[in-house]
Each structure stands twice: as C-alpha cells, then as structure tokens.
Design a protein around this ligand. Sequence first.
Ligand code: BEZ
Length: 211
Amino acid sequence: MALQLGDDVPDFTAETTDGPVSFHSWLGASWGVLFSHPKDFTPVCTTELGRVSALKPEFDKRNVKVIGLSVDSLESHKGWVGDIKETQGHALNFPLIADADKKIANLYGMIHPNASDTVTVRSVFVIGPDKKLKLTLTYPASTGRNFDELLRVIDSLQLTAKHKVATPSDWKQGQDVIIVPSVSDNDAKSLFPDGWKTLKPYLRIVPQPKS
Ligand code: BEZ
C-alpha cells in the first residue's frame, strides 16, 4: 500500500554522492526532504538539483536535511554532478542516492507504472523529526517542481506542529493564520491572549504566533 500521511517512513541504507547513508540515523532529530529524479543527465532534473543547491541555506535555516534520489549508479551520479555545477552555477551540496536497483524507489512508491515502469516520477516526501510522513507531492517527469512552494509548506508544517493553528490558502510566513476548529473560544483566550477576529464561528483569524 502507498505511504500515507502520518505513517512511519521506511528506513533504508544507500550509497550516495556523500558516502553511505543509513536514512533514519542520517535524519537524526531534523526534518527531512527525500525527493526523486527520473534519471541522470536529464534537463529538468539538472535544473532542480541546481535550484535545491542554491536554496540549501533556506533548508538549513529550517533544520531540514535534503536528500535526492535517482535510479542510476553512483558512477553516473558523479559524472552528472559536474554538469549541474557547470550549467546551474551551484555545485550539488546535499547527498544524491544511487538507487540503480530501484530498492528505495519501490519501497517509497516512486515508480508509477502507468507513467513509466523504468524511471521514477518526481516524488517529494517531507518527514518530521518523529520520522512520520508529513506531506507528499507528486509531479510528472515533464514538470519541474517549485521549491519555493516546498519551503512555504515546510513553514506551514513547522508552525502548525507547534501551535494550534492552520494556514489559509496561499499563506506565507508572517501572515495571519486560523485557529483550529478543535480549540474552543474559551481555550483560545489563553492560547491567543491578544485576541482574534471571528468571521464565522469556525473561521477565526489570528496573527501568526511567534515561534
Ligand atoms: C528531465 O529531467 O528533463 C526529464 C526526465 C525524464 C523524462 C522527461 C524529462
């Protein structure tokens, strides 16, 4: 059965461009992003790996470890890394898993046979410090991902893990949020002592809590 939100993510060992990785211990107490690439030496994947390398300080700031995967060999990855640096202006600065036998791709359901039975789709798994799956995204091979959106949803996941709030459509860091319906008005008084705006009994708007 496909991995679902709230599931414990499977552990694995893998060869990567940064050496062997034992996934759960590599994650440690950090948040994690595991994302798949259909194939080495392909154009969209090359731009994605350059973009994530450029954004690495943003992931670090959020205590998120990033790891990529492609179903090619370590030798192939090492050749491709040079192209990423040359064409994207950023050297790869996080591990890229060599999954030539598709062990991890199958474990995480990254191969969707009706799209392709030989390469992965563009899967993203966001994993919490408790090793549970917090969010998934699935894009086809032909569409590069928006990593600003990934950072945005990580901001929401981290905020809502800590406070009894939810984030509205298109929310960005610093904007107002919503008090979750399970919090009564009475309990909200102590959680949000500066008050909130009630648009409907179920739609209560409050400034984003400070971390
Ligand atoms: C790409 O990364 O450009 C790509 C990979 C597989 C199929 C189509 C595009």
